[in-house]
Ligand binder design. Structure first.
Ligand SMILES: [Zn+2]
Length: 243
């Protein structure tokens, strides 16, 4: 990441509340063990997502899955499995379109389409949205905030997509470090993430921290409350694009 982008990200993180822009949890919420949030992007994948779910269950971990809408449409049973296992499903656009080639209007449509599908599959509109590559224009960000989303980025990137062998998994595993409040970026559309979970488990890393849902780091959402308790009053707010 370039220096300018790092500065913009740091300034944005410092200025905005976590309910709008979540990069890492606040340190004041420490418990007996450091808490981190695991996140998996770019699934669901018919082979790798079940492997990730098996490792999460094996090590008693919780996670958030930022799913691509068109993959969720192809594999709706995987969305149900993620939710049934107690994990959170979140929005990662419909096609994972390239940020610099996607207008605010097209981006808004992808987000709305994905959330509509996820709400149909899970009964709840996703609260968290992660833009592809973590890139957002102000217009796209304002559209997301207007619709009540928390933009969720990450603070630790082990670059699990580099893993092609057991040796790779060991070296990536050893290089990755986290502290209380960190949000870890992983990918369940490749084999590396499940390998990493297993290697970290064998190294005792999961007994030295707690994994918590992203909701741990933000105040309860009025939008989620409205969706879960709504009667005939209606539809959840749709994303208004800002051009
Ligand atoms: Zn992605």
């Amino acid at each position: 990441m370039g220096l300018l982008r790092q500065l913009v990200k740091s300034a944005t993180t410092a200025c905005l509340p976590a309910e709008r822009w979540l990069v890492r949890g606040r340190s004041s919420q420490a418990g007996p063990l450091p808490a981190i949030s695991l996140t998996f992007d770019d699934g669901p994948h018919p082979e790798h997502t079940p492997n990730v779910l098996a490792e999460l269950e094996r090590w008693n971990l919780t996670a958030t899955f930022f799913v691509i809408g068109q993959h969720a449409a192809t594999h709706p049973q995987l969305i149900e499995q993620i939710v049934q296992a107690g994990h959170t499903v979140a929005n990662h656009t419909w096609t994972h379109s390239e940020p610099c080639r996607t207008s605010a209007v097209a981006f808004a449509e992808e987000v709305t389409q994905t959330s509509a599908l996820l709400e149909k599959l899970t009964g709840m509109k996703p609260r968290f949205m992660r833009p592809p590559k973590g890139e957002l224009s102000l217009a796209k960000a304002m559209g997301l905030w207007g619709a009540g989303y928390t933009v969720a980025l990450w603070s630790v990137d082990p670059r699990d997509y580099r893993i092609e062998s057991d040796d790779d998994a060991c070296s990536v595993s050893e290089q990755a470090a986290w502290n209380h409040g960190d949000i870890v970026l992983l990918h369940d559309n490749r084999p590396g993430a499940a390998q990493l979970l297993r290697v970290w488990g064998a190294a005792g890393r999961w007994s030295q921290c707690r994994t918590v849902p992203l909701t741990t780091w933000v105040k309860p959402s009025a939008l989620q409350h409205a969706v879960t308790t709504r009667g005939s009053a209606g539809a959840s707010p749709s994303l208004q694009s800002v051009s």
